[in-house]
Design a binder for this molecule. Structure first.
Ligand SMILES: O=C(O)CCC(=O)C(=O)O
Ligand SMILES: [Fe+2]
Length: 342
């Protein structure tokens, strides 16, 4: 019988329940308190935009997170991209090590998220992350790994489809705010920064002591997330309670990110979410991010401001937002948006 070797990070550390991974008590996930009863909306994108606008706008205003079905991204492409990533994370650590870096300015990188407590000691998340650029219309695949051999083609095809879906969602979300359909794309600026983040969570012997991915809000504008069917792990905070966002076969998870909360002047929410581990199965998720470029000025959209709705955030360049994010990296509770509040 084949004995599976324990997972090794790309930086060659062995994944084990050493103090490096065990969270201080107050930061542990308390898995028995997580509810899976809360209905995270599942929105069917088939059909006319008119009925959809209300549903999407409600979901954006309430939770800021929902699942979509009949989204138009071919199911086999969704499967293939996850499969290519699983193969990538199963490459020998020496091969993945070529991508490992702690320099966050590198476009293509493997790294590990961590939590930093008051004593400044780092506790590493029980996951490895692989991030790189993508683009809906231009050829970007020369940046990508050549092993597994199908990676470039599959990712290129997936990126096109995700780009189309993002445009549709942004136009529905614009209309949901009472704006022209192109408003959000326009306000998010030229040459957006598209990048992806694949998170691989090996099984963990004590999921209650560790974290797959720290609680956070996405700092970009919009995220389309795919998770492996049948392996739960994603959770969203709703009225101070953690709620499981269990996989729905064939669905994609839409997460509103910080720039959308700011542009909509707080009407749309950028939810706090996290990923936890489980004892039995490796888990994989793939987040496709749409972010402004560094120079784009973000702030509440003028049409949404009036006597009753004064701006709650100041204008800033996205680069400033990123700098604030990196200042707070790993800290007990990231509050990047709050730093730009008026
Ligand atoms: O693994 C997950 O489901 C969450 C991933 C996530 O939140 C992210 O990559 O920003
Ligand atoms: Fe996220």
């Amino acid at each position: 019988m084949e004995v599976k070797k324990p997972f090794r990070f790309a930086n060659n550390t062995v994944l084990s329940l050493s103090p490096n991974f065990i969270l201080p008590e107050e930061k542990r996930p308390c898995l028995s308190d997580v509810s899976s009863m809360h209905p995270v909306p599942i929105i069917d994108l088939k059909g006319h935009d008119d009925g959809l606008i209300q549903n999407i706008s409600d979901a954006c205003q309430n939770l800021g997170l929902f699942q979509v079905i009949n989204h138009g991204v071919p199911p086999d492409l969704c499967q293939n991209v996850l499969h290519a990533l699983l193969n990538f994370f199963q490459l020998p650590p020496e091969e993945r090590a070529l991508f490992f870096t702690e320099d966050h300015s590198k476009p293509v990188k493997i790294f590990n998220y961590y939590f930093k407590g008051d004593d400044q000691k780092k506790v590493t998340n029980w996951s490895e992350t692989f991030s790189h650029p993508w683009h809906p219309t231009q050829d970007f695949t020369h940046h990508l790994p050549t092993n597994p051999p199908q990676y470039r083609d599959v990712f290129g095809a997936y990126a096109k489809e995700i780009g189309t879906l993002m445009n549709r969602l942004l136009s529905l979300m614009s209309k949901g705010l009472g704006l022209e359909e192109g408003s959000l794309v326009k306000r998010l600026g030229d040459r957006p920064n598209f990048y992806s983040q694949a998170n691989y969570y090996p099984p963990c012997p004590e999921p209650d002591l560790t974290m797959g991915l720290n609680e956070h809000t996405d700092i970009t504008a919009l995220t389309i997330l795919q998770q492996l069917d049948q392996v739960p792990g994603l959770q969203v905070k709703c009225d101070e309670n953690w709620v499981a966002v269990d996989p729905v076969p064939g669905a994609l998870v839409i997460v509103l990110a910080d720039q959308m909360q700011v542009l909509s002047n707080g009407r749309y929410k950028s939810p706090v979410h996290r990923a936890v581990t489980n004892r039995l199965f490796p888990r994989l998720s793939l987040a496709m991010f749409y972010a402004p470029n560094d120079e784009t000025v973000i702030g509440p959209i003028e049409e949404l401001i009036d006597k009753e709705h004064s701006p709650i955030y100041r204008n800033y360049k996205y680069k400033e937002y990123m700098e604030e994010f990196h200042r707070q990296e790993g800290s007990k509770r990231r509050r990047v948006k709050e730093a730009f509040k008026l």
